[in-house]
Design a protein around this ligand. Structure first.
Ligand code: FES
Length: 159
């Protein structure tokens, strides 16, 4: 079989052309995929909002009368007296350590601040009392605390 120079040249041109077509199609498809991924990443919210300020702490009967139960993950202490319930911050007002529930009220392990049962400072470097937060009964029967809403110390929620 005899192949002329011009036939070989045409075949080479055709191969080059189909290779370039394949290359540009692949590049186009690749850039479309990358663009779609970039758009997806852009549309997906990247903000983190931290822990919610309003959250459920469970049923009222989980907090027996006279109990002072610290919920360390939420940095609050739930105090219940009869049918009254309150949420007191357990974040030390000195430098933010978590205070522990003590017989006399609250005690900070970091620099020794002491608070009474209502969160008033009784000793140590703490500059102010522990805040009290709003407590409500949610429609589903759970107690709900809102750490964005500070209330007057000594204000209990009536169940
Ligand atoms: S952080 Fe509580 S006394 Fe300093």
């Amino acid at each position: 079989m005899n192949v002329s120079h011009t036939d070989a040249g045409k075949k080479g041109t055709t191969e080059r052309r189909s290779f370039l077509t394949w290359l540009s199609s692949t590049a186009l498809a690749g850039s479309a995929v990358i663009s779609a991924l970039a758009n997806f990443v852009f549309l997906k919210p990247r903000a983190t909002y931290g822990a919610p300020s309003r959250f459920s702490i469970g049923r009222p009967d989980q907090f027996p009368s006279g109990a002072r139960i610290a919920i360390e993950t939420r940095r609050i202490c739930i105090a219940r007296e009869g049918n009254q319930v309150a949420a007191i911050s357990t974040t030390c007002t000195h430098l933010g350590c978590i205070v522990g529930v003590a017989d006399t009220g609250f005690a900070c392990p970091c620099h020794g601040s002491r608070y009474d049962q209502d969160g008033n400072v009784t000793g140590g470097p703490a500059p102010k009392a522990l805040p009290w937060y709003q407590v409500k009964l949610a429609p589903n029967g759970d107690l709900e605390v809102d750490t964005n809403v500070e209330i007057k110390a000594g204000t209990y929620y009536n169940l």
